[in-house]
Every structure is written in C-alpha cells, then in structure tokens.
Design a binder for this molecule. Structure first.
Ligand code: NAD
Length: 479
C-alpha cells in the first residue's frame, strides 16, 4: 500500500522518531525488505504518553454516543477497505489473502461490538442492608493505557484492545510488534479519519520494546496495561507493572489439547483439526498443540488428517489458491524444525511433511506426526507452526489428567457425540475456553482468555469493556 503511514502517530500527528531511527519491515514470503518505519526510543514513548495523559480528561467526558459513533465509522471504513488492509497484512505477516480478509472482518467486528457497548455502561443505586444508607455506583475509565500487541493477528489484536478502550473513554499508547507495524499504523489513520480526537490513540513502532515500555509502566501515569504475547514477556511486564500498581490484562500463550474420543464423529474431528491447527499456519495462541486421540480411532484419524494436510498448497500468501503462507521469520521456522527433529528422534512417525523446502521465504510444510512420545519438547512448547502431533490415550480420566498437565490453560477442543461426556470433560479441563466439536472459538461477542499461565482477564464479549473501567462508589446516608 503506497500511502500506508510509516511514521509514529503522536498527538494526532505523523512524526519521525526523535533520533531519526528507522527499522526494516520484511516480507516473510521473500525475505526482502518491504519498507522502513520509524523506530521509536524512550523519548518518543514519553511524548506519546504525554499526549495520552493530556487527552484523558476531555476524552473521559466525551458523550458515550460520540465514542460509539467513532467506532462505528471506523468499522465501516475497515470493511470498505478490506482488500487493501488484507494485502497490507499479508505482505508484512505472510498469511494467505483469504485468511487476511477473514481477519479484517474479525478485527472490524470488535469495533462494531464495542460501538454497541459504549452506550451500555451502567451504574446503580441501592439501599444498603441497614436500610438507611444508599450506595451510588458509577463506572469510569481506568485512564491512559499501554497496549502491546503480537505479530500473529496484526489487525485484530489491535482492535480487540482499542475497541473497548475507546468505548470506555480511555486514551492509549499502542506498541505493535516490530514484525507487523504497518497494520497498526493503517488502523491509526482510519481512526483519525473516523473522528478520533488527537492524542486519544498514539502509536509507537519500535524495535526497542523494553526501552519504550518499561519507563511507561514504572512511571505511574499509565494506569493500565493490556498485553497480548508470550507468557515469558507477560511475566516480565507483570513484574514491571507491580511498582506503580498498574492494572493488567494478559492474553498469553497456550498449549491447547485437542481430544478425540472413540465416540467422536471423525468427519467433524478432522474438519475441526484443520481449523484448530491450520488457522494462521498454526501461528495462533489457540492452535491445537497436542492431539490426544483414543487408541481405537487414532490410526484412522491420523490417516485422514495427513491426507487433508498433505493436499494444502504452500506458497506466498498473495498467490491465488495458496492455503499456507510462510512462517513469520527464520527464527520461528528454526524453532518448528527443532521441535519436529526432537519428536522424530524420540520415535514419532512422520505421516506427511516434515521437510523444510529449499529457496527463499520462511516456508514450512503442513506436517502430521503420529506416535509422539509424551516426553517430546513440543508437548510443553507452543509449536507455532503447521505441525500436528498425535498421541493416543485409553480412558477419559487419563486424557483429562494429561491435557491439564501443563502450566497453560487457554483453550481445549473436545470431540465426542455424547452430551454427558462433552459437559463432564469440558468442566474438568483447566482452560478459559472449550471448542465442543469445533476447532474455532474466537468470536468478538465471546469472552476470550485463559487461566493459569495463559493470562488474566478477558477480551471481547460483554465483559471486555470491564477491563477498561473502574467502579466508583458513593456512600449516601439518607436521614
Ligand atoms: P512476544 O511476547 O515476543 O511479543 C509480544 C509483544 O511484546 C510484541 O509487541 C513485542 O515487541 C513485545 N515485547 C517483547 N519484549 C518486550 C519487553 N521487554 N517489553 C515490552 N514489550 C515487549 O510474542 P510474539 O512472538 O509477538 O507473539 C506470539 C505469542 O503471543 C505467542 O506466545 C502466542 O500464544 C501469544 N498470543 C496470545 C494471544 C492470546 O490472546 N492469548 C493471541 C495472540 C498471540
């Protein structure tokens, strides 16, 4: 996109980094540099923070209907520009155009959803148990927020945070991932066009995440951190947030179990596996990481999954007919290669894939591994690539114990035709979300999030806005 902004967005203006630094954005399909964007340092971060702090009081007083309509207009602009935004996303991130279009729709939907929620922020009046005192309850924006997003869903992870923050009346500093800054800059331009006042959203693209974010978290003016990314970085940011007691929402990593019982409909299970594994080339926090398949159907399931995975077309995401784009970068691909090599060394059978192709770009083929040893590294590491690892189990208690035997708890997938079993197993899984006979749980109208080391808080749904609001209670004695 020739007119995509490449500068920082601070106080409603496009500006260079104070020290003039820039960073390259690469195309993962070719390894070539797409363009350069501003590379913010701590001075720029302070300016962005200042703009957000200055804008907060007026923004908090803006009528909810006004905030709502800005989001609604931004939703409409995003939908109108679906193709343009999808191309931009594919060029910096690699996912096939069809998936990028899907993400544009998903991302826009957060703005539509929160445009509807902006006008439904409620309070209350109650008589306290003594019968004399009254309680007046109101809800107000938490204040200036720092939003940090990952590269795997460059647009949707931004709108999932910006939507509720705008609806609640919070100002923001957004720091996108260095691999995919362009989608966030395009989003800032759209919000400005939709009428978002200057300073409400500020975007700092940077390769120096720690230098930019740490002073903001420790400084006491940012009141809220909403982070999506790896558990390791989330833990570091939680520690940094402790000093100024910054409120946090954490959407962290996953290690999703995908459980296929002997009474499952195998057509549904294979369809579900294709989505749960292959959405975003496996580069999703919700990606099925461990396939537990009942011994009696494991061979059949593995054969059918390998057939479907082997038929997928791998190539640059912009090419027609491509199902699987490149992985984000060489480091991401090297990690997948190492995990597969480790599993194979421990006895896994490669049913399909498993070999890195020659040539430029970060491609890796859809791969199915059977008879995976439970001690393999990919059992306790997010694969973040198109690799399905199959293990077998014999009974329900055993598979629940094994599925829960991980520090993560984002999502689990359960395939069974028995209603009792579906509910029983779902209730015992230590996860924030369950896909019952489906491989897709993400939906802007549902509360997205995990338990254990997969995070704190929820995004989307009726509760998504709560993360950006504080209660204030007024005690009123009535004589
Ligand atoms: P990452 O943790 O490496 O980076 C995430 C963001 O944090 C990026 O913007 C990065 O620049 C920033 N960051 C890194 N170090 C930082 C520091 N010291 N201070 C401040 N910011 C810092 O993760 P990633 O590789 O970009 O994304 C993949 C991870 O994100 C996976 O673990 C995936 O499961 C997770 N994820 C979770 C969800 C969810 O909703 N739970 C959604 C998408 C991705």
């Amino acid at each position: 996109m020739t007119d995509t902004p490449t500068q920082l967005f601070i106080g409603g203006a496009w500006v260079d980094a104070a020290d003039g630094a820039t960073m390259a954005v690469d195309d993962p399909a070719t390894g070539e540099v797409l363009c350069h964007v501003a590379d913010a340092g701590s001075k720029d971060a302070k300016l962005a923070e200042e703009a957000a702090v200055q804008a907060q009081a007026d923004w908090a007083r803006t009528a909810p209907r006004v905030r709502s309509e800005i989001l609604r207009r931004a939703y409409e602009i995003i939908i109108e520009r679906t193709d343009e935004l999808a191309h931009l996303m594919t060029s910096e991130m690699g996912k096939p155009l069809a998936e990028a279009r899907g993400e544009v729709a998903y991302a826009a939907e957060f703005f539509r959803w929160f445009s509807e929620e902006a006008v439904r922020i409620d309070g209350g009046l109650a008589t306290l148990p003594d019968g004399r005192n009254r309680m007046l309850l109101s809800r107000r924006p938490v204040g200036p927020c720092l939003l940090i997003t990952p590269w795997n869903f460059p647009l949707a992870m931004g709108t999932r945070k910006i939507g509720p923050a705008v609806a609640a009346g919070c100002t923001m500093v957004l720091k996108p991932a260095p691999q995919t800054p362009l989608s966030s800059l395009a989003l800032a331009a759209i919000l400005k066009e939709a009428g978002l006042p200057d300073g409400v959203l500020n975007v700092v693209t940077t390769s120096r995440a720690g230098e930019v974010c740490e002073p903001l978290l420790r400084g006491g003016r940012i009141r809220k951190l909403s982070f999506t990314g790896s558990t390791a970085v989330g833990q570091l940011l939680l520690a940094q947030s402790a000093e100024a007691v910054v409120r946090t929402s954490m959407e962290l990593g996953g290690n999703a179990p995908f459980i296929v019982f002997e009474d499952a409909d195998l057509d549904k299970a294979v369809d579900g596996a294709m989505v749960a594994k292959m959405r975003n080339m496996g580069e999703a926090c919700t990606a099925a990481n461990r396939f537990f398949v009942h011994r009696s159907v494991a061979e059949e399931f593995g054969r059918r999954l390998a057939e479907r995975m082997g038929a997928l077309v791998v190539g640059p995401g912009t090419r027609d007919g491509v199902d699987v784009g490149p992985l984000i970068d060489r480091r991401g691909r090297a990690k997948v290669e190492e995990l597969v090599a480790d599993a194979v060394e421990r006895g896994a059978q490669v049913l399909v894939g498993g070999r890195t192709p020659e040539g430029p770009g970060c491609f890796y083929p859809p791969t199915v591994l059977a008879d995976v040893d439970a001690g393999s590294r990919l059992m306790d590491t997010e694969i973040f690539g198109p690799v399905a690892a199959i293990l077998t189990f014999d009974d329900e208690d055993e598979v629940i114990r094994r599925a829960n035997d991980t520090p993560w708890g984002l999502v689990g997938y359960v395939f069974t035709e028995g209603l009792d079993r579906a509910l029983r197993v779902s209730e015992r899984l230590e996860v924030g979300m369950v896909g019952l006979n489906t491989g897709l749980v993400s939906n802007p109208a549902a509360p997205f999030g995990g338990v254990k080391q997969s995070g704190l808080g929820r995004e989307g749904g009726r509760v998504g806005i709560d993360e950006f609001l504080e209660y204030q209670y007024l005690a009123v004695p009535v004589r």
